[in-house]
Design a binder for this molecule. Sequence first.
Ligand code: HSE
Length: 428
Amino acid sequence: MSKDKVNIGLIGFGTIGAGVVEIFNKNQKLISDKTGKNVVLKKVADLDITTDRGVKISEKILTEDVNEILDDPEIDIVIELIGGYEPAKTFILRALKTKKHIVSTNKALISKEWNELISTAKENGVRLNFEASVGGGIPVIQTINEQLSSNKFSSIYGVLNGTANYILSEISENGTDFKSVLKEAQKKGYAELDPTFDIEGNDTAHKIIILSKIAFGKYVSSDDFLIEGISNIDPMDIEFANSDLGCSVKLLGIAKDLNGRLELRVHPTFVPKNHILCSANGVFNGIYLEGDFIGPIFLYGQGAGRMATASAVVGDCVDIILNPSKPINYGPETSQVNELVEANEIFSKYYVRLMIKPKDGVIKEIFKILNKYNIDIDTSIQNSCSEDLVPVFLITNMVKEIDVNNALLDIKGLDSVKEEPVLFRILN
Ligand code: HSE
């Protein structure tokens, strides 16, 4: 990096890429003043350089050839915004090996290839920043990794996917149907190219893997923990959570240190409305964590979308320009947790909905089974409508997931129980 000038190459001129260009158009002087250097967006590479992105950009800096960035010795920082595994991984590794710093939003890649990417950056003495990979514009990674580094963390609860949160909020507040609200989220630039990762919980899983590595020191693969999404949620359950239980349904990423064992999971959760996590609605994300000295802390902001995410990307560039030789050290060197807690061991309150054909004695049979597995019911509400199938809502006390699963297996075997039982965990 020269004394006076920093050149940036941007790979991926999509939603966030256009946001980065807009920030440079508007605030280049601010960025240069802050860093004391002339910070220049030297090249922008994309396979499509003709579609109008709604931002002013000089044709001279646009290229279809990524090598014009990767092979340019004058480019100091490469921003990777193409997402996905390949060719993003190849581009990042090539850049790192030629001593270029990297800024990336690529949570799928970073959470999967953590060890190789971090070690390549370290070996080459360059920075790898990925603040925007979790929580969009919220400064969560640097906050946990640096500002809060005197703490040992006990838990992280995160509303980490803007698309899923937007969908759940719209269904709950306006009764909008799933498909049209997903389309809306895509139009607004919140969703991934393939939104499956948003709605099936994978994107939240990538983000909680990154946070848990930084907070607890342990890297976990997404193959090794429970991931459930929101695509099969029935509006009836959202309605019941809202009106009868005073809860909102949130897709949460959860990481907890349970006496040296790591509990990691992603699933839709009933969250009491007075919990601060419920203030994160729409595209907003919220990360609630607890450290031994800071106590509880809540980080909140826009978790997806063009300008909020671009803000974090440019923030990462400024951090690198100010501290190009800061050692890469994400999370404690020694993990504070060892093994993983199995999904069956989760200890929680549960909401269960059964669809039954009303018949004398069926409720008694259900309670007999619950009793066999030592499951007490806090509340049981049977809908009194006289339709063919009647929903029965049950709220358990704190029980182990394996007991609930076994009880539901037995309950499913009853003649009068139709359809698959529905289960949600309730945040305590
Ligand atoms: N698709 C992601 C989301 C983008 O909706 O949260 C931000 O990571």
